[in-house]
Design a protein around this ligand. Structure first.
Ligand SMILES: O=C(CO)[C@H](O)[C@H](O)COP(=O)(O)O
Length: 215
């Protein structure tokens, strides 16, 4: 099995804390995600800062674009994003716009399937348009209501679409093996790392668990 990537969700609003957290966990993760509240609060300068500090990491900007796909995402790809997210619920025209912007910069597009009713249809159509990553995502509010991403992950992995699958939504050490075995290629972790007493130690533990589960 190819080594799954670990994505650190940087969900603080504070610019300096975000950079400091990225520094702490950098040895253990593959992708830095600038979370949606964080990018709304800090804007494109944070993309430029992380791009300059971490030239070897993948940088995902969690725009969750809902409209004006090409126009909105284009600026973030230009600033150094490797991946931008677009909401599946935005519709195929907006998704196509983000994919067009990504192609211009040799970058990638992730479809966030959060709150999409027919996830299989959305995933299939997005792949036809050229999306490279399907994002299975139980958001923070849905997590608080007791939901998990595992059922959706099994559904999308079962389609055999030939694209990478990212899973987010309260992933923690106890659930890493389950999501890797279910077919996730990108494991997104936020609170289980940034909420730990030592984020570096927590990230190191997740790295070990992901690598062990992928053998
Ligand atoms: O995109 C997000 C919220 O919309 C989060 O970044 C994602 O859910 C990962 O964080 P956590 O591991 O804390 O769930």
């Amino acid at each position: 099995m190819a080594r799954p990537l670990i994505q650190m969700a940087l969900d603080s609003l504070d610019f300096d804390q975000t950079v400091a957290l990225a520094d702490q966990v950098a040895p253990y993760v593959d992708i830095f995600e600038i979370g949606t509240p964080c990018i709304k609060y800090n804007g494109i300068n944070l993309v430029k800062e992380l791009r300059q500090r971490f030239p070897d990491k993948l940088l995902l900007v969690d725009l969750k674009t809902m409209d004006a796909g090409e126009y909105e995402a284009g600026a973030f790809y230009a600033a150094g994003a490797d991946i931008c997210t677009v909401l599946g619920v935005s519709g195929l025209a907006t998704i196509a716009g983000v994919i067009k912007a990504a192609k211009k910069y040799g970058a990638e597009t992730q479809i966030d399937l959060i709150n999409v009713d027919d996830k299989s249809y959305c995933a299939r159509e997005s792949v036809k348009l050229g999306a490279q990553i399907m994002g299975i995502h139980t958001g923070l509010d849905a997590q608080a209501a007791g939901h998990t991403p595992f059922g959706d992950l099994n559904e999308i992995a079962g389609l055999g679409l030939g694209v990478r699958i990212s899973v987010a939504g309260g992933i923690k050490p106890a659930t890493v093996q389950q999501v890797v075995e279910a077919g996730a290629n990108i494991i997104v972790v936020g609170a289980a790392i940034y909420g730990a007493p030592s984020p570096a130690e927590a990230a190191s533990e997740i790295r070990e668990l992901v690598d062990a589960a992928a053998v």
